[in-house]
Design a protein around this ligand. Sequence first.
Ligand SMILES: NC(=O)c1ccc[n+]([C@@H]2O[C@H](COP(=O)([O-])OP(=O)(O)OC[C@H]3O[C@@H](n4cnc5c(N)ncnc54)[C@H](O)[C@@H]3O)[C@@H](O)[C@H]2O)c1
Length: 301
Amino acid sequence: MNGICAGRVVIVTGAGRGLGRAHALAFAAEGARVVVNDLGVGLDGVPGPDSPAGAVVDEIRTAGGEAVAHGGDIATAAGAESLVAAALDTYGRLDTLVNNAGFLRDRMLVNLGEDDWDAVMRVHLKGHFLPLRHAAAHWRAETKAGRTPVARIVNTSSGAGLLGSVGQGNYSAAKAGIVGLTLVAAAELARYGVQVNAIAPAARTRMTERTFARTMAAPDAGFDAMAPENVSPLVVWLGSAASAGVTGRVFETEGGRITVMEGWRPGPTADKGARRTPAEAGETALKLLAEAAVPGAVYGA
Ligand SMILES: NC(=O)c1ccc[n+]([C@@H]2O[C@H](COP(=O)([O-])OP(=O)(O)OC[C@H]3O[C@@H](n4cnc5c(N)ncnc54)[C@H](O)[C@@H]3O)[C@@H](O)[C@H]2O)c1
């Protein structure tokens, strides 16, 4: 198949449904061979009887593309290692990793149990780190063998991680952590030919179907603005060789809109050149806050 990903091998985690499925189909339509990972869990992360990955592989093959299923848990070392091995054993190469798998355990902080904290941190943060680490080790070995790759990683953050979201303390912390991981990975892996970016998507999936009801499709847009398929084109471009030079960036993407998110940067500042008393520190902080931009509202506040 022709397309901007012709010849590339792409892993998409959590690609059995929702955004990951849309990404996998979009990569295949642009000529990539795709490893479709999905453990097949419920909305709260509890494993179900079947992985939906095989059905997505069937869809890709029916459309004339190439894909293979992987049903492992990306938040385990064995799952992440076998995922990268699936790409190398099946297709002999790996070019792009899209970290997407995840689930929610929403609670207000005072009711948030330790299990719900751990499960969400594990699937999102560890579930990004482990595939990234195993893919990066492969790309480092390629570089050392004189075959510096044109490799890409696309991570999945969220508006919740960028602005915070009421009732999602665990999820917001994990998704903010993914931005930090993205920045470090972009800096560390550049020498191995790897670009690392993150998206903060919004789309109607089983995770958000109550938030983004079908009626939210913009009436004048002429298309279903909250369809997951609207998010995938940017992911495919970031995952292709065409995005050369773009790394360490975060994009919000939803419907027909793409926004570059501008992260933490120094605002108003004052240096006394000596230690302050707490009262002086407070006086300075209030003066600087009066000059500073007002932060975006926390979702749901
Ligand atoms: N839908 C949105 O509006 C939205 C907004 C912001 C961020 N996100 C993020 O986008 C990503 C995809 O979300 P979605 O809305 O498509 O959800 P979804 O529930 O439709 O799909 C997630 C998939 O990940 C799989 N999965 C979960 N844990 C796994 C594991 N340990 N190993 C392998 N697969 C696993 C699930 O089985 C599921 O098929 C998530 O990281 C989510 O946090 C979504």
